[in-house]
Design a protein around this ligand. Structure first.
Ligand SMILES: *Cc1c(COP(=O)(O)O)cnc(C)c1O
Length: 527
């Protein structure tokens, strides 16, 4: 268990320190970084990290006339120069192994090394998806056992294992809903999505060909049940609801919502990316949900970031199970594990809507997630959600006197603490606070999401943080918040201590300069 909250953590007594830039940090963050130029700028064509023997003059030339006529301009460096270049670059990267990664909605938790060890076992790591079934019974057993755990934890009927991330799982679930409605000759055009939803929800519904309509939130940050039920009708295919929602709150009306949607002939999709807050405590199947994706890379600790890899199995209700995509692992009466594909789908899977991916899914994530689940056990998983919620409430209550906490009056939060920018002085924005956290040595929190809170800051500490590491983070954020409330103009220039100062984020996203051109004198560092 990663639950050092009870004892043993030393309290942190932060001492603000000032350096020559005038920046005060509470964390004691200090730069120890050289300016790292591009490898093309530090390497030369004359240096090489390897010594190759000169070819013998008699050796036949086997290039068939394709010999290079000139050097191709690859940078040459010695081995230590190369190692240092990439190691220094890697140290400019922030990772969960460096410190708390407080991104809300992302569940950036510790990746236990045990999982890594298991995933690297030759028998798992070196498989090919086209190997004959008899040779991969162990791998199929991992998929089957993980599927059983996911069904037990969610109380659902079936699970499609192949979707490769949360958003891919959403698409899978919505395609199941569409297939079920088409099968009963009742194609409906509209999917309802609450205002606070993750952007992937409306994107998924639109991608699957649905019209998306928003449902307002109440002042408590929850789905407005009356507005939702008023909109239900024969054109509504279903709803997509995140529970716990992206304001970090549990939707207590979930059963009433499901009942109303079902009574109106629709189906209920639940975005299960926030499952970490309720795992081992609430079974979505008991809330009337028809489809829900589980982000193995969030709740079950498989590493993510930088765009992948993810894994998003989708659990399905009895109503949707027949439409689940292939393939399926099925245990035969003799114990043999068998892959159900198009040619042997039989009656049970004859209505499958198709496939989400060519093969079984993210095998490397399955092994990691199962290792995580088995090493925690059911009780351990229950403690995961308890500790995650405790940590988030600790952050919320420790900072609500210096940061606007719009839903703090709604009671305890779930796994993430949500703040807004209401208390900041004129001219100071959430972006400035996020950038100043970099000067403190922390990755910023999620900002400007969810949209229902002005200047939102969403912080998800997960269960992995000790009291000491939470106190250190809270002390830094408290100091930055106090400067924001007092209107410290230096904040608008943060980060001052990072290898790069503030960049133009719009231009960086919209007009990225991806090609390096040799500087023609002057400012090379800007390239
Ligand atoms: C992370 C997340 C998703 C999307 O998951 P990906 O694996 O990034 O595609 C969807 N909804 C919520 C609430 C999330 O937090």
């Amino acid at each position: 268990m990663n639950a050092p909250n009870r004892s043993g953590s030393k309290p942190v007594t932060p001492e603000a320190s000032t350096n020559e830039t005038g920046v005060q940090t509470v964390s004691g963050n200090r730069g120890l970084m050289l300016e790292e130029r591009l490898i093309f700028e530090i390497g030369t064509g004359e240096t090489t990290g390897v010594d190759l023997p000169q070819p013998s003059p008699e050796a036949p030339n086997r290039l068939g006339g394709l010999d290079r006529s000139a050097a191709i301009g690859l940078p040459g460096l010695s081995e230590p120069e190369t190692v240092r270049h990439y190691t220094r670059l890697s140290r400019q990267n922030y990772a969960i192994d460096c410190g708390i990664f407080p991104l809300g909605s992302c569940t950036m938790k510790h990746n236990p090394r045990l999982n890594e060890k298991v995933a690297r076992l030759h028998g798992f790591a070196d498989l090919h998806p086209l190997q004959p079934e008899a040779r991969v019974q162990g791998a199929l057993a991992v998929i089957d056992e993980l599927a059983e755990w996911l069904l037990a934890l969610t109380g659902m009927q079936a699970v499609a294992m192949s979707p490769k991330a949360g958003a891919h799982g959403e698409l899978c679930g919505i395609l199941c809903i569409r297939a079920a409605l088409e099968a009963r000759g009742d194609p409906r055009a509209v999917i309802l999505v609450p205002e606070s939803a993750h952007g992937t929800n409306p994107a998924t519904a639109a991608f699957a060909g649905y019209q998306v309509e928003g449902i307002p939130a109440t002042a408590e940050g929850r789905v407005d049940l009356a507005a939702l039920t008023a909109r239900l009708g024969p054109d509504v295919a279903g709803v997509m609801i995140t529970n716990p929602n992206t304001c970090g709150l549990f939707e207590p009306d979930m059963i009433a919502i499901s009942d109303a949607v079902h009574a109106a002939g629709g189906l209920v999709y639940c975005d299960g990316a926030n499952f970490n807050a309720i795992v081992g405590r609430v079974r979505p199947g008991d809330l009337g949900i028809d489809a829900m994706h589980i982000n193995l890379h969030k709740t079950f600790s498989t590493p993510h970031g930088g765009g992948g890899p993810g894994s998003g199995p989708v659990v399905l209700s009895e109503a949707l199970a027949p439409f689940a995509p292939l393939p399926f692992v099925s245990r035969q009466p003799d114990g043999h594990l068998h892959l159900i594909e198009e040619e042997n789908a039989g009656e049970e899977h004859g209505q499958a809507f198709g496939r989400m991916s060519a093969f079984h899914g993210q095998m490397g994530m399955f092994t990691r997630a199962l290792a995580y689940i088995l090493s925690h056990g059911a009780d351990g998983l229950r403690q995961v959600s308890g500790d995650a919620v405790l940590n988030a409430n600790y952050v919320l209550r420790s900072l609500e006197d210096v940061l606007d906490a719009p839903f703090a009056h709604s009671g305890p939060c779930m796994h993430e603490a949500l703040f807004g920018d209401a208390g900041f002085a004129e001219g100071i924005a959430t972006l400035d606070v996020a950038k100043a956290l970099i000067d403190e040595g922390f990755h910023p929190m999620t900002m400007y999401f969810p949209l229902v809170v002005h200047g939102a800051m969403l912080i998800e500490p997960t269960e992995c943080e000790s009291r000491a590491s939470l106190d250190q983070f809270i002390a830094s954020l408290r100091a930055v918040a106090e400067r924001a409330n007092a209107g410290d103009p230096l904040l608008t220039q943060a980060p001052l201590l990072a290898p790069r100062r503030r960049v133009d984020e719009t231009a960086a996203a919209r007009k990225p300069r991806l090609v390096w051109t040799e500087p023609t004198g002057g400012d090379t560092a800007a390239a």
